[in-house]
Design a binder for this molecule. Sequence first.
Ligand code: HEM
Length: 265
Amino acid sequence: MTDPSAHSAALTYGSYLALDELLAAQRPRSEEHDELLFIVVHQVYELWFKQLLHELTWLQERLHRGEGGHALATLKRVLTILKTVVAQVDVIETMTPRQFTAFRSRLEAASGFQSAQFRVLEATLGRRDERMLAPYPPDGPGHARIAAAMAAPSLFDSLLRYLATQGFATPAAPEPRPAGWRQPSEAVQRVLLDVYRADGEPALVCERFVDLDEGVQEWRYRHVKMVERTIGDKPGTGGSAGAQYLRSTLFTPAFPDLWAVRGAL
Ligand code: HEM
């Protein structure tokens, strides 16, 4: 048996989790007490974004293989993370406008607007918007990752592929894809109505996609309210009009066909 007290290069809790690096990665730019919370909350979000993207890649593979049961299990995990991520807004909302203003200038032009993982998430959800590449150097990893996600099948494309494996006659996606978020399609809606009428596992998968879409929209809403209560109508550090810009991103579904059919069910 290994001697647990041996001081070799044995794996430890700290080395396995790279805690030296992780816990050295909070570098406040001011002496203000609340800046650490601001940094930690953002870093935790980026870790969850990483995990979400990891799970969504897995989900797409399961869907392409027609594995509905495994897709449902992965969707449950994704949705549980999303709930956690939305609830975390409560933590940053404990910071008052005055506490934030005390160090905000130290952020310079840094903003969540530059989160490459968030843009990859949006692209995976189906957003095709070259303008989102602008903040990233063309030869950098962020640019390449977002561009690759925009060129890859979106989650809804993967859902349609899964439905095809289950015997539903899904229409081919239009090429080239229009810019922006996915537009509703009557041909797709006809298939979805068949799926819901059949009321089997594919209908359950569709319902979890609705949860996903609603969850992302919920995060956007909570973020806008957090921004409104913390900086009011001030412009964003990322150069946008702030809350006014963020309000323009609300209520845009990633999977419009799943919403469109509901009145006919
Ligand atoms: C006090 C807290 C926060 C404030 C005041 C704030 C403010 C803003 C503002 C004003 C924008 C618009 C872009 C700009 O001009 O900067 C923005 C965008 C964004 N923020 Fe925050 N934010 C806060 C916390 C967070 C947190 C905790 C996250 C988690 C990652 C986050 C992620 C994002 C993302 C992803 C965008 C881009 C949204 C889009 O373009 O649709 N923000 N934020």
